[in-house]
Design a protein around this ligand. Structure first.
Ligand code: GLA
Length: 402
């Protein structure tokens, strides 16, 4: 009899432990719960490559917080390659003390003080693409360090991985990040080599589908070292065809960061680039010098109607509906049942392009309102189809609402 209270106590303690365990198990962050819409932010690589420093990052954060980009939805300020120089005697990753004299924690605090989030870059191999220390063999140690610093986003590259298995490597880092208890968006940069769209849902929040973008309209251009090839913006777009079914809230195809404003394309071509990324539910990571862009470029990056398509809650990636030579039609189904439609003229001549309602899932005689998302104008109610005349290298982007 005397043992009953003791047993009761033991049972109560057991129950308490079970509740605690279940509590912590359910508190574990699920990978797919992050990035419910495609991440928006800025990354240093396309414009600054290895010239990164705390001064640069602070001034970029100031600009994004003050120039309308933050209000438009840009959130993550991400330092790409070259912030790290070595490991200390305990294996901890060390930031470049000359470029980041105040340390990464202070910089993350600064970015957070602007109401923005902070991201870093590492690599699944022994070294990053620029030859800095990678995370291979240090995944949990690095993840803990990122969490202590206040990192909200990790881009994880694929250089110097030798024969490493991509699924194993990315899953190890994904789990390491989750084990910290800090919500850290995981951006996989494996270039599509191992077809991550087939296995990376639940591992990454976004995965690169191709090699690096370069700042030109179309065509493969040899690298300075003679190797093949830098891809134009439209070459990247062509490689997205067929991947649309793999994207959704928490797991996005990533056709690489934006080149908008970097000088290699016209403003009209950049509007096409931005429109296509929005329709593809691609992450919108600006890659230009946002401290000194022209009003025209700022207008592209902060077009609220195009961003609303990108951030649509349904999270369904758009797809190419038709290609007739240089003339294409793309469509994306939105949460309210309407369609975002892009008419794309890839060619060098002015051309007319039509979209038929039946191609985008409506009946032919349904009257539908058409709104031009760049002109910010309702253009009318149309039955059966809509036709527009496009200059060379341009898009018309409309929302079609029955
Ligand atoms: C690779 C990536 C790029 C960039 C560089 C940095 O090429 O694909 O996006 O991160 O490495 O060295």
């Amino acid at each position: 009899m005397r043992s009953y209270p003791k047993r009761g106590l033991a049972a109560a303690a057991g129950l308490f432990a079970l509740i605690l365990f279940q509590g912590s198990a359910s508190a574990q962050i699920q990978r797919d719960s992050l990035a419910q819409t495609p991440p928006m932010g800025w990354n240093s690589w396309n414009k600054f490559a290895c010239n990164v420093s705390e001064d640069l990052i602070k001034s970029v954060a100031d600009a994004i917080a003050g120039n309308g980009m933050k209000d438009a939805g840009y959130q993550y300020v991400v330092i790409d390659d070259c912030w790290q120089v070595t490991r200390d005697e305990n294996g901890n990753i060390v930031a470049d003390p000359k470029a980041f004299p105040s340390g990464i924690k202070a910089l993350a605090d600064y970015v957070h003080s602007k109401g923005l989030k902070f991201g870093l870059y590492s690599d699944a191999g022994s070294k990053t693409c620029a030859g800095r220390p990678g995370s291979q063999g240090h995944e949990y140690q690095d993840a803990m360090q990122y969490a202590r610093w206040g990192v909200d986003y990790l881009k994880y590259d694929w250089c110097n991985t030798e024969k490493r298995n991509a699924e194993e490597a990315y899953s190890t880092m994904s789990k390491a990040l989750l084990s910290t208890g800090r919500p850290i968006v995981f951006s996989m940069c494996e270039w599509g080599t191992a077809k991550p769209w087939l296995w990376a849902k639940g591992t990454g929040n976004l995965w690169r589908t191709t090699g690096d973008i370069s700042d030109h309209w179309a065509g493969m251009v040899k690298w300075p070292d003679g190797n093949c090839c830098a891809m134009g913006m439209l070459d990247i777009v062509d490689l997205q065809v067929g991947l649309e079914s793999f994207a959704g809230p928490g797991h996005w195809n990533d056709p690489d960061m934006l080149e908008v404003g970097n000088g290699g394309m016209t403003a009209q071509e950049y509007r096409a680039h931005f429109s296509l990324w929005a329709l593809l539910a691609a992450p919108l990571m600006a890659g230009n010098d946002v401290r000194s862009m022209t009003p025209e470029i700022k207008e592209v990056l902060t077009n609220a109607e195009v961003i609303a398509v990108n951030q649509d809650k349904l999270g369904r990636q758009g797809h190419r509906v038709r290609k007739s030579g240089d003339l294409e039609v793309w469509s994306r189904t939105l949460a309210d049942g309407s369609r975002a439609v892009i008419l794309l003229n890839r060619g060098a001549n002015e051309s007319e392009i039509s979209v038929a309602w039946e191609e985008i899932g409506y009946t032919a005689n349904l009257p539908a309102k058409v709104r031009d998302l760049w002109a910010h104008k309702d253009v009318g109610t149309f039955k059966g189809s809509y036709t527009a005349k496009l200059p060379a290298h341009a898009v018309v982007m409309v929302k079609v609402t029955p």
